[in-house]
Design a protein around this ligand. Structure first.
Ligand SMILES: C[S@@+](CC[C@H](N)C(=O)[O-])C[C@H]1O[C@@H](n2cnc3c(N)ncnc32)[C@H](O)[C@@H]1O
Length: 270
């Protein structure tokens, strides 16, 4: 790459992790997707400055009579699960976080075609979104889904499923909210179980592996796994955040230990 364009690229992704640029632009948009992105994205995207929090009722224009919680789809790819959920449950509010521009554009196109009013998008890193733009103690989510998260085999610390993220989920999920995960990467299966175990032991979540969830459409990733003979494993966890301030300590993180508490005697609720 030439020095000038390298500099330009560095400037564009300043402050973002190294992998961000490669995830954002991979793949191409069709003309229709590009147009939909241009015309629809500004009206359905959540665009906040650092530290500015979302008012969910305002964003989704949720009537006062509605309980006001929403479903979060993290890393929705081309948006199959997001769109089918939004289309199936028109009275629910669906928020999608995705970095991948063609995926965001595809959802914009579907939102327009199906005239969906219950979808909002955050075009960026889900971890940043959860840590920067949701008010402390705002129990925003009744369901979180993460289907086929990037495995980052060479650098597992980049995985979206990690203790810090699950602690954030816990802060922002309503009591008894559902967390659905699916992966076809056997090493990620073990990793998810390892990450979730302290939460289970503390009574902050219950659940584990489950049968294939029936609302999850077969996406490209699942089809590749099937074709290549890999097992797809689904997880369903139910959160127990009756004690909102509880969290699981991040291994080796003394600062986190000072600011969070690990409970060992909580009982799970049903
Ligand atoms: C393997 S794809 C799975 C897509 C989709 N869930 C499916 O099942 O087809 C993983 C997606 O997660 C997105 N992603 C990875 N890290 C992310 C992050 N930190 N925040 C938001 N999206 C992320 C990627 O851009 C990619 O589209």
């Amino acid at each position: 790459m030439e020095e000038g364009s390298k500099e330009k690229k560095n400037k564009k992704y300043k402050g973002k992790p190294k992998w961000y640029g490669s995830r954002q632009g991979k793949g191409r948009c069709s003309k229709a997707q590009k147009l939909a992105y241009k015309e629809v994205f500004p009206s359905i995207s959540i665009n906040k400055k650092y530290g500015e929090v979302i008012n969910f009722r305002e964003e989704f224009q949720i009537p006062d009579t509605h309980p006001g919680v929403c479903i979060l789809d993290i890393g929705f790819g081309m948006g199959d699960s997001l769109i089918s959920t939004a289309n199936m449950y028109k009275d629910k509010f669906i928020l999608g976080c995705e970095i991948h521009r063609p995926g965001l554009a595809n959802v914009c196109l579907k939102v327009r075609t199906l005239q969906l009013k219950n979808v909002r998008l955050y075009g960026g890193d889900a971890f940043k979104f959860l840590s920067r733009h949701i008010a402390e103690g705002c129990q925003a989510f009744e369901q979180i889904m993460i289907f086929f998260p990037d495995p980052w085999k060479q650098d597992v610390d980049r995985r979206i499923i990690r203790t810090e993220t699950i602690n954030l989920f816990l802060k922002h999920m309503v009591h008894c909210a559902d967390l659905f995960i699916a992966t076809d990467i056997s090493d990620y299966v073990d990793y998810i179980e390892k990450i979730m175990q302290p939460f289970i032991d503390s009574g902050l979540f219950r659940g584990g592996r489950c049968d294939r969830v029936n609302f999850r459409p077969v996406t490209k990733y699942e089809q590749i796994a099937i074709d290549e003979g890999r097992e797809v494993v689904d997880f369903h966890y139910i959160c127990n955040n009756g004690k909102k301030d509880d969290a699981v300590e991040i291994e080796g993180d003394k600062d986190a230990a000072a600011t969070t508490t690990t409970t060992t005697n909580n009982t799970t609720s049903s």
